[in-house]
Ligand binder design. Structure first.
Ligand SMILES: Cc1cc2nc3c(=O)[nH]c(=O)nc-3n(C[C@H](O)[C@H](O)[C@H](O)COP(=O)(O)OP(=O)(O)OC[C@H]3O[C@@H](n4cnc5c(N)ncnc54)[C@H](O)[C@@H]3O)c2cc1C
Length: 300
C-alpha cells in the first residue's frame, strides 16, 4: 500500500492522505478510516489514479461531500476518491449553469441566484456536490436534479470522458441508473430568468421552510428512508411513536422523524441499530419495509 500511496501522490494534480477518518468527511460525522483519501484536481489526474488503482486491484469508492452516506465504524478499505480543483468550477451563462461534479450545490445555487437564474431553489440547503446530486438524483418530492439537467459529462469505465444524452441514463425518485464504474465529471443545468431579488426570495423562502421542518445545522444525512409511493416515511415513523427515540448518541429527530441526528459522539453502529429499530417497528405496524435513501458503506 505504501508504494501505491507514493505512486499516487506523485501524480500531478493529486493530493493524498493515508488513514484518513471518514467521520471528518461525512455530514453524519461518523465512519472509520480509509487506507488512502485522494483528491484529484483534473480529468487527467482522475484517469491516472484510476489506472493505478486498477493495476493494484485496490477497492475504490467515490465520495462527494459525504452527505447521503453512512460509513461504518471499521472504515472503507482502499482508496476514497474526491473531485477537487477544476471539478469545483461553476459558471452561469444566460439560463444555463455549467458546473464541475465536485462543485458544492450551495455554490451552484448561489451563483445562479446572483445572476437572477431561478429554478434551483429545491437544491438550496442540500449540502452535497453536483456529482453526488446526480448520482442520487437529489431533490424535493416532485423536483429533482434530472429535471434541470441539459448535459451530463461522465468518465466512462474505459476512461473516455463523454457526454451522455437523454435516454442514456434513467432517472427516477432518488434513482440514477449509472453504475459505480461511471464517474460524473460535470453538468449543464438549466433554470429560468427572473430578477435577482425574486431569485433570492425563492431561495430564502425554501430555506425558511427547511429550517421550520428539518433539523438543519445538526449532524445528519438528510432523509434516511425513501418515501413509499404516495406516502411519507416521516409520517409512518412518527405514527409508530418513534420521534425522539435514541440509541446511544443517535436520535430520531424530534422535528422530522425521517431524519436521524448524531447528537454528539454517536457511532455508525448506533445509527445502524436505530435504523433497525425503525425498520422493524414500521414493518410491525404497516406490514411493509422502508427502503433506505442513504447509502451504507464500509466494514463494522
Ligand atoms: C442537511 C441535509 C439536507 C439534505 N437535503 C436533501 C434534499 O432536500 N434532497 C435530497 O435529495 N437529498 C438531501 N440530502 C442528502 C444529500 O445531501 C444529497 O443526496 C446530496 O446530493 C449528496 O451529495 P454528496 O456529494 O454529499 O454525495 P455523497 O454522499 O458523497 O455520495 C452519494 C453517492 O453519490 C456517489 N457520487 C458522488 N460523487 C459522484 C460522482 N462525481 N459521480 C458518480 N457518483 C458520485 C457516491 O459514490 C455515493 O454513492 C440532505 C442531506 C443533509 C445533510
Amino acid at each position: 500500500m505504501i508504494d501505491v500511496y507514493q505512486e499516487i501522490e506523485e501524480i500531478s494534480g493529486v493530493a493524498a492522505r493515508k488513514d484518513e477518518l471518514l467521520s471528518l468527511h461525512t455530514t453524519f460525522g461518523v465512519g472509520g478510516p480509509c487506507d488512502l483519501m485522494v483528491w484529484v484536481s483534473n480529468v487527467q489526474a482522475l484517469k491516472e489514479v484510476i489506472t493505478l488503482v486498477r493495476t493494484h486491484s485496490l477497492p475504490l469508492m467515490l465520495l462527494g461531500n459525504g452527505s447521503n452516506i453512512l460509513v461504518r465504524d471499521g472504515g472503507v478499505p482502499g482508496v476514497v476518491l474526491r473531485l477537487a480543483g477544476d471539478f469545483g468550477a461553476v459558471g452561469v451563462e444566460g439560463e444555463h449553469i455549467t458546473a464541475g461534479a465536485g462543485a458544492g450545490l450551495a455554490d451552484v445555487v448561489g451563483k445562479a441566484t446572483s445572476q437572477g437564474v431561478c429554478g434551483l431553489d429545491f437544491l438550496a440547503g442540500v449540502p452535497g456536490t453536483v456529482g453526488g446530486a446526480v448520482a442520487t438524483n437529489a431533490g424535493s418530492k416532485d423536483v429533482w436534479v434530472s429535471h434541470r439537467l441539459v448535459e451530463l459529462r461522465v468518465l466512462a469505465p474505459d476512461l473516455r470522458e463523454i457526454e451522455l444524452g437523454e435516454g442514456d441514463v434513467e432517472f427516477g425518485y432518488r434513482h440514477c441508473s449509472l453504475d459505480r464504474e461511471w464517474i460524473v465529471t460535470g453538468v449543464v443545468l438549466s433554470g429560468y430568468p427572473r430578477s435577482v431579488e425574486e431569485a433570492r426570495q425563492g431561495v430564502e423562502d425554501h430555506l425558511g421552510r427547511r429550517r421550520a421542518t428539518q433539523p438543519v445545522g445538526e449532524a445528519t444525512a438528510g432523509c434516511v428512508f425513501k418515501n413509499p409511493p404516495g406516502d411519507s416515511a416521516g409520517r409512518m415513523i412518527d405514527e409508530a411513536g418513534l420521534k425522539g427515540y435514541r440509541v446511544g448518541g443517535a436520535q430520531i429527530s424530534t422535528l422530522h422523524a425521517n431524519w436521524i441526528v448524531n447528537t454528539g459522539g454517536a457511532t455508525a453502529g448506533e445509527i445502524l441499530d436505530l435504523i433497525d429499530v425503525i425498520v422493524t417497528q414500521v414493518r410491525d405496524r404497516y406490514g411493509s419495509d422502508l427502503d433506505l435513501e442513504i447509502g451504507i458503506v464500509g466494514k463494522d
